[in-house]
Design a protein around this ligand. Structure first.
Ligand SMILES: C[S@@+](CC[C@H](N)C(=O)[O-])C[C@H]1O[C@@H](n2cnc3c(N)ncnc32)[C@H](O)[C@@H]1O
Length: 264
């Protein structure tokens, strides 16, 4: 694969896999793990004229998707410089003017703007709980009047919450004895794009085992209320159960993703 902005700007080879992944997330409406997010976002929100913050924007696939699909301004913020480098490259490649990216630790350099729509897509499960608590408080303060926060994440009981299911070959492998699981991941360990978490094992160790209740406990302390929630479950594939939320034990183990809308 060749990736150049122009003949004088070569793209670093070690970021190419990430670039391909992010570009696919941007362009492919049916990208596997984002298909539902995109469908929900389209059906629930009109982002035209809105100021959007994509917190934990990663390599920018979704950030660019908002910027392309709505007449809005989008600010992507992420802690990982390698991710932001990929995002900046894609922004240039597609010539989108209504999006900006910043590599920023908001606990050191707080956000200053207010936003109508703050989205955290597959982010909250990656941040240590005490840090997440402070970030949520700050995001609450960054909401414009009438603004909402939209979060999506795989809850800890999800078959894929370990983020290493495809490497290890076992859904729910997060519940194995941890030493055994570490050895299994090490055997299949591979590089992932990132300056902070750069392999599967470090990505697994960085998870905070988030459940909806743990998240709500923390968001309610920040003065946020849950306005809407969809727990997407494997059983929703059966047409008759399409809109059912299966949150009762043991069916909650089949929930693959929580989608939550919060506001002040
Ligand atoms: C799984 S990625 C999701 C990226 C993107 N939202 C997406 O859907 O493609 C999680 C992202 O959260 C970022 N992240 C973790 N802790 C963060 C923090 N304290 N501040 C900002 N971003 C953070 C990581 O660097 C990573 O890019």
């Amino acid at each position: 694969m060749t990736a150049t902005l122009n003949t004088t700007t070569p793209f670093p080879k070690h970021l190419l896999t990430g670039l391909q992944y992010a570009e696919n997330n941007f362009l492919d409406e049916h990208a596997r793990h984002l298909h539902l997010d995109k469908q929900l976002l389209r059906s629930r929100y009109d982002l035209n004229g809105k100021k959007v913050l994509d917190f934990g924007c990663g390599m920018g696939g979704m950030t660019l998707w908002y910027a392309k699909n709505w007449d809005c301004t989008v600010h992507g913020v992420d802690l990982d410089p390698a991710h932001v480098q990929v995002a900046e490259f894609l922004k240039e490649k597609y010539g989108l003017q209504n999006v900006k990216f910043h590599c920023q630790d908001v606990l050191e350099k707080p956000l200053t703007d207010k936003y109508d729509f703050i989205v955290l897509n597959d982010v909250v499960e990656h941040i240590p709980m005490p840090v997440l608590e402070k970030i949520i408080l700050q995001l609450r303060g960054s909401l414009a009047e009438g603004g909402v926060i939209f979060l999506s994440f795989p809850p800890w009981r999800s078959p894929y919450a370990s983020h290493v299911t495809s490497a290890v070959g076992l859904p729910w492998c997060q519940f194995l004895p941890q030493k055994m699981l570490y050895r299994m991941i090490e055997k299949k360990n591979s590089h992932i794009t990132g300056a902070i978490e750069s392999d599967l094992l470090s990505a697994y160790k960085g998870l905070n085992h988030l459940t909806f209740n743990r998240l709500e406990n923390l968001t309610s302390k920040a003065g946020l209320k849950t306005r809407w929630r969809k727990s997407h479950c494997l059983l929703n594939r059966v047409p008759a159960f399409k809109n059912v939320n299966f949150r009762v034990f043991p069916l909650d183990f089949l929930v693959t993703k929580e989608f939550v809308e919060m506001s002040a």
